[in-house]
Design a binder for this molecule. Sequence first.
Ligand SMILES: Cc1cc2nc3c(=O)[nH]c(=O)nc-3n(C[C@H](O)[C@H](O)[C@H](O)COP(=O)(O)OP(=O)(O)OC[C@H]3O[C@@H](n4cnc5c(N)ncnc54)[C@H](O)[C@@H]3O)c2cc1C
Length: 464
Amino acid sequence: MSGSPSRIAVIGAGITGLSAAHEAAVAGGDRVEVTLFDGSGRAGGLIKTSTFAGLRVDEGADAFLRRVPEALTLARSVGLDERLTSPTAGSAAVWVDGLRRLPEGLVLGVPTSTISLARSRLVSPVGAARALADLVLPRRALDHDSIGAWVRGRLGEEVHDRLTDALVGSIYAADTDRFSLAAVPQLDALARGGRSAILTALRQRRPSDSGPVFAAPSDGMGSLADAVLTAAVAAGAMTRLEAPVEAVEAGGGGVLIDGERFEAAILATPARVSARLLASSAPAAAAGLGSIETAGVVMVTLAIPGDSLPEACSGLSGYLVPKSRQQRVTAVSFASNKWSHLRPADGSQILRVSLGRDGMDVSDLDDGEVVDSVVSEVSDHLGAQLAPNEVRVTRWPSSFPQYRPHHGALVATIERSLPATIVAAGASLHGIGVPACVGSGRRAAQSVLSRLGIDGHRPEPVPD
Ligand SMILES: Cc1cc2nc3c(=O)[nH]c(=O)nc-3n(C[C@H](O)[C@H](O)[C@H](O)COP(=O)(O)OP(=O)(O)OC[C@H]3O[C@@H](n4cnc5c(N)ncnc54)[C@H](O)[C@@H]3O)c2cc1C
């Protein structure tokens, strides 16, 4: 090696920052010195696993998509392959005055068969007939860039409320009328791939769609964060936890992080934090980042006696509550049905219940009110009085960035306004799911390495 290594700061040790630090340290080798900062005392950010009912149970994300390969590839590359598992219960339901199983063959809430849609009794005969109109309706312009506008226009109100909005809304804690269509690649591909949503969905379904959709380490998603951190440190990255960054200043061909000089920085912090950090050195980028709105959720984990769930729940991974039926609960996961490693020895069942979304703020409820809402609403949904023997409440304020229509243009403006030595990454920009965050962190690291003139190329591992 000639000369001293280039110093790279990664701010934020959520899965984005961890992936960025890992990639920069592995690909940069001894030509870089990577320092990973986090304001909290642990790595993982919105990924957190803790002990509940004697088992390791996630408080936030509990799985990642296999279809978008970045997280699967990363998990394998940090030695988790043997510990990866997939859900044992595949089918989910929607609660519309009773549990109704999702029809076969959905592509992110878009049906591929109006026959299975009608059979599911999830929509009324009129709703199913309206969905059928998609086959003959002319193509419409997509300038609105709203999921809700596109789905309503093609498939009608009921399919929007009970399928697409219920599914996509629960994944992103979103109101799909105010969420960018272009920012959800699977739906965008349907909207742009042909005139009819149903026929395009049918055409675009791939043989691999029949395999497991999700994967997770059997000891929880926290072990993915831990393993990436361990691998990054083994590759030479240094960590500074409980080290909240207060100021980022670009200039002199480098970046000052709280006065300490680095050659480049990756901001893997939530948009509102990145906006604050960049306020003086990149005000235009800061303004763009500061305009990204968020929604908060509360996750309640319950352990209930094993015989509490009615027969209708057997084989179900959980259910969604569409907006037209929502009070506070938006989704319920029957975690012990879904995952074989989440079955307590005493036979009790673990449930994970989500409350809140964009347009439904639950942050003012105290823990007692949150738990009362969960017990009363879920008992009503299932027609069975739940009496939990253990409860955990996890608050995730401002955790879900809301990609408003034309989010892509906003991100392009932000990226153009950043100094050459600073790259922004993370859930606020290019995708909210764990695989998208891993990809964002990894690309940020590659971009920094190439800007520093370091050839960090290494072959893309093949996931399967
Ligand atoms: C309840 C819930 C369930 C979810 N379920 C799933 C799921 O099942 N599957 C899936 O794919 N995705 C899921 N997601 C989404 C996914 O978990 C997140 O989008 C992703 O983990 C975000 O990662 P990130 O690194 O971009 O941000 P974060 O995890 O928010 O990390 C940002 C980090 O920055 C740190 N930080 C903040 N300010 C500073 C500062 N000033 N200085 C230094 N550090 C700072 C924070 O401490 C944090 O560690 C879920 C999210 C939530 C909230």
